[in-house]
Design a protein around this ligand. Structure first.
Ligand SMILES: N[C@@H](CCC(=O)N[C@@H](CS)C(=O)NCC(=O)O)C(=O)O
Length: 210
């Protein structure tokens, strides 16, 4: 694997529905980093993702020197290194762990929704109901936790937007895209909080296509 040197981002290989890519794009927008995006589904014919990332996943960040950075958690840290202001990953060590833990919740919520969605695409007789139930429980437990922690006008960690808010809103947004029925009629604080966050152009302009 070629070593990483600090080089400008050339292209973010992504898909518009990927919550992990959305997280990176929002962070770049909030930092004022120019981040050209190219829609490049990893398994599409001609996609460069597989030759750059052995995991064959988006987002993959291609740098000007030809090196690649992945996964989204590493891309976030890379963007933070390139443009430290405003800090989206808190400097204070305790606040940083708090924000990273929220990132784990947001990303994990998206992971569970991806697994549930993929399972639902199999023929009915090949679906594993116990597995689907476990993913659904993870999704509801995460949404319940988030609903108890948020309210409009407040960020999850400290007094400004951080990775915590971005990762959580991206994960919840993906549940809205693939499993809207899981969100409907519940989680009132979460819905109000998302509406408030959607006032920000970075959040509004990256909403997944419906
Ligand atoms: N942990 C990874 C997850 C990335 C991921 O699962 N991306 C999906 C799209 S949302 C993907 O590329 N899937 C293709 C595959 O798994 O082959 C990250 O944070 O970047």
């Amino acid at each position: 694997m070629p070593p990483i040197a600090l080089s400008r981002p050339a292209t973010l290989l992504m898909t518009p529905t990927s919550p992990y890519a959305r997280k990176c794009v929002i962070i770049a927008l909030e930092k004022g980093i120019t981040l050209p995006c190219n829609v490049e589904p990893p398994h599409a014919a001609g996609s460069r993702v597989g030759s750059l990332n052995p995991l064959v996943k988006v987002p993959t960040l291609l740098l000007e020197d030809g090196a690649a950075v992945y996964d989204s958690r590493v891309i976030v840290e890379y963007l933070e290194l390139l443009q430290p202001e405003p800090p989206l990953v808190p400097h204070d060590p305790v606040a940083k762990i708090d924000a990273l833990r929220w990132q784990a919740v947001g990303d994990g919520l998206a992971d569970a929704m991806v697994l549930l969605f993929v399972e639902g695409t199999r023929p009915v007789e090949r679906r594993d109901e116990a597995w689907q139930l476990r993913q659904t429980q993870k999704i509801h437990a995460s949404l319940t936790l988030i609903d108890t922690a948020v309210r409009p006008g407040y960020f999850l960690v400290g007094s400004a937007l951080t990775l915590a808010d971005v990762a959580v809103l991206a994960g919840v947004g993906y549940v809205g895209l693939r499993g809207a029925e899981l969100l409907a009629g519940s989680y009132p604080n979460l819905h109000a909080w998302l509406e408030w966050l959607h006032e920000r152009p970075s959040v509004r302009d990256t909403a997944p296509p419906h």
